[in-house]
Ligand binder design. Structure first.
Ligand code: HEM
Length: 493
């Protein structure tokens, strides 16, 4: 009897794995296990796992993570769906249980409720523009931090001392976000910076614990938390600690705010909008303190870790491939000399532009994009997809597909240079994602990457402390980042 029951369960599990996508009318995909779906495969780098599946089942396939998710993993299908039908793919598949547990609701800019994302994204973009996002004065701040960083490195790295570049990079990047979000900067030696960086790192890692996606579908999994080493409690603690920092910063901003003057930052604009609604007796809608706090946290986490990590990858790649570094330096020496580099110099520095694009492709810091959700029935790659289906616009897999890039793991800026020596922007490289939820801070990130990186190699040469440069070891979280490494820095002038 027991044997028969076991055989029956196995048969049912196999039938489920083989036919569930067809029964649900979804695109084919890797056979899912009951309850676990395909989540066990996510232990490997996800850009590669998804690429493998897309080769096996087609560029539009279903993965159960653990809920059924339609993954779009090639450039053409992404363009035809997420870009050309942008309005259909703007909503998120919001992790409501996690948001309720962590911040008491669907607030913020990244995982906020679908009823408010358009309004809050528009408000954030407008208010950032009002306070100088992408303006000449922001560019001046980026330049001044780039100078500060290289002059510190010249001192710290004198006499061949090996250094970890993270702290100085973090200082520059954190201050630019701090300025835009809270209207002030942090002193270089302020221990708050390290706390901030450590907490964001912990948060990013906590979010990708294998138990976390199951919370949405089995909220009672929380009871089993001790069995897995308390990942859910850890995530909550780190999130509370980050929220605490943000709320304190917002208090300082609010106290210094003069409502009769122009806003200095995003938080000012938000407080002013709240006051305006109060005074006019208009409903507060989504302009609440909780929304402001989570939106500021999102801006800070999304804009900080991503940029620092990309720059840390960049220096690791450049120390590992000195000939590429020398080509960048030669171009800068010929075109710019020793003067400060600015965004207007992009055209004059095609090789540097190509190197930055290639570094972003290679680093692929977001190995799995954030989920979206269809807001109407639609067709993707010939498959009819119902409204409210989770969608993964998996651009990172496009970056590692040998069909698009020969030897994708090979660092080769020359891929992006044409015969006339000009930089060729490759639309298939989309580190900031695509469609209506494309990165909100892309302009700032591009400015930081260009000015920081070109200024770094203009002033300094980076070399490996060992004959064979150390391999990059990855810390995997919402973004993947290199583990701590050290580098030798030689001042060029
Ligand atoms: C190298 C740096 C950066 C990279 C690679 C990056 C990448 C991304 C990606 C892949 C997304 C997800 C888009 C999607 O859901 O399809 C995103 C969203 C976002 N990013 Fe960035 N980002 C960077 C820097 C920044 C900066 C500097 C800010 C600061 C303002 C920022 C703010 C945001 C926000 C608020 C979102 C959510 C947008 C939305 O859901 O509407 N990011 N970013």
């Amino acid at each position: 009897m027991l044997l028969e029951l076991v055989l029956l369960l196995i048969t049912l599990a196999i039938a489920y794995a083989l036919f569930i996508n067809r029964v649900r009318g979804l695109p084919p995909g890797p056979p899912p296990l009951p309850l676990l779906g395909n989540t066990l495969a996510l232990g490997d780098p996800i850009d590669q796992v998804m690429l493998r599946w897309s080769k096996q089942y087609g560029p539009v396939f279903t993965a159960w993570l653990p809920a059924p998710t339609v993954v779009i993993a090639d450039y053409k299908s992404l363009q035809e769906s997420v870009v050309k039908q942008g309005d259909l793919f703007g909503d998120r598949s919001v992790p409501s249980v996690q948001m309720k547990m962590l911040v008491d609701g669907e607030y913020g800019l990244v995982f906020n409720g679908n009823y408010m994302w358009k309004e809050q994204r528009r408000f954030a973009l407008h208010s950032l523009k009002d306070v100088g996002f992408l303006s000449e004065s922001l560019q001046e701040s980026v330049k001044s931090y780039s100078q500060h960083i290289v002059s510190d490195w010249k001192k710290d790295g004198a006499d061949g001392k090996e250094i970890d570049v993270t702290h100085n990079i973090m200082y520059g990047v954190a201050n630019l976000i701090w300025l835009l979000a809270f209207g002030r900067t942090v002193q270089f030696g302020d221990p708050k910076l390290k706390v901030v960086k450590d907490e964001v790192n912990k948060l990013f890692v906590a979010f990708v614990h294998p138990c976390v996606p199951f919370l949405e579908y089995f909220p009672y999994i929380g009871i089993l938390d001790p069995l897995f080493g308390y990942p859910i409690r850890n995530m909550k603690e780190v999130s509370d600690s980050c929220m605490d920092i943000v709320r304190k910063e917002l208090d300082i901003t609010e106290k210094a705010l003069n409502y009769d003057e122009d806003p200095r930052c995003y938080a000012d604009s938000f407080f002013i909008e709240m006051r305006r609604r109060e005074e006019k007796g208009e409903p507060m809608g989504n302009f609440t303190r909780d929304q402001l706090a989570v939106a500021a946290l999102d801006m800070w986490t999304a804009g900080f870790e991503t940029t620092v990590t990309t720059l840390r990858f960049a220096i690791h790649h450049l120390m590992s491939r000195p000939e590429i570094q020398r080509k960048m330096q030669k171009e800068i020496d010929q075109q710019i000399g020793q003067r400060q580099i600015s965004m207007e110099d992009q055209k004059a520095l095609p090789y540097c532009m190509a190197a930055i694009l290639e570094i972003q492709r290679l680093a692929n810091i977001v190995e799995m994009n954030f989920y979206r959700e269809t807001n109407q029935d639609t067709v993707i790659g010939g498959f009819r997809i119902p409204a409210k289906t989770a969608i993964l616009p998996q651009f990172p897999s496009v970056h590692v597909d040998p069909k698009n890039f020969e030897r994708p793991d090979y660092f080769c800026p020359e891929r992006h240079i044409n015969d006339a020596g000009e930089f060729m922007k490759d639309p298939r490289i989309m580190p900031f994602s695509l469609g209506k939820r494309q990165c909100l801070g892309e302009g700032l990130a591009r400015m930081e990457l260009f000015i920081f990186l070109t200024t770094f190699v203009q002033h300094c040469s980076f070399s490996s402390p060992t004959l064979i440069p150390p391999e990059i070891k990855l810390i995997r979280g919402i973004t993947r980042s290199p583990e701590l490494y050290t580098v030798k820095i030689t001042a060029r002038f």
